[in-house]
Design a protein around this ligand. Structure first.
Ligand SMILES: [Fe+2]
Ligand SMILES: [Fe+2]
Length: 165
């Protein structure tokens, strides 16, 4: 595999694991503010990010490529309120989308067909991820001035979430 692409994929493993770290921190923040619904949904998100990292890891193993596990940074977690936290999640997902698109473009430019096809899954996944946080943010922005309504959203998330851990 092209060195630049391989390095990018190894760094993407790190970014997915950082995402998991970020969402574990965010889930903790919501638990501390007694918002169990948000905490559950975000913890579920953290688990998904670990799956994303594993997907890239398994792909590189299957291709007999060298895995490099870079250090994972501590997440930035100074959120001032729930809406700020969800906003930062959306910003982060947009950043990840950009990273995936760059890898996709690189694999296309150098005619690495299997990596291009592999990354298609991530391109689609990022549309879902951004949409998830955008929808949540819109709901929260609509009720911005009423804390009781945010608590109501939290309660619904707790009921909606299939995640039981
Ligand atoms: Fe991800
Ligand atoms: Fe994500």
């Amino acid at each position: 595999m092209d060195n630049k692409l391989l390095d990018g994929l190894n760094k993407q493993i790190n970014k997915e694991l950082y995402s998991a770290y970020l969402y574990f921190a965010m889930s903790t923040y919501f638990l501390e503010t007694n918002m169990e619904g948000f905490a559950k949904v975000i913890k579920e998100q953290a688990k998904e990010e670990i799956e994303h990292a594993k997907k890239i890891y398994n792909y590189l193993i299957a291709k007999d490529e060298k895995i490099i596990l870079y250090q994972i940074d501590a997440p930035d977690s100074n959120w001032i309120n729930p809406i700020d936290a969800i906003k930062s999640a959306l910003t982060h997902e947009k950043y990840v989308t950009k990273c995936i698109e760059e890898l996709f473009k690189l694999s296309r430019d150098i005619n690495d067909y299997s990596t291009e096809i592999f990354l298609q899954w991530f391109i689609t996944e990022q549309v879902e991820e951004e949409d998830k946080f955008k929808t949540l943010l819109e709901k929260m922005e609509n009720v911005q001035n009423c804390d009781c309504e945010v608590i109501h959203i939290d309660r619904n998330l707790k009921l909606d979430s299939e995640y039981v851990e």
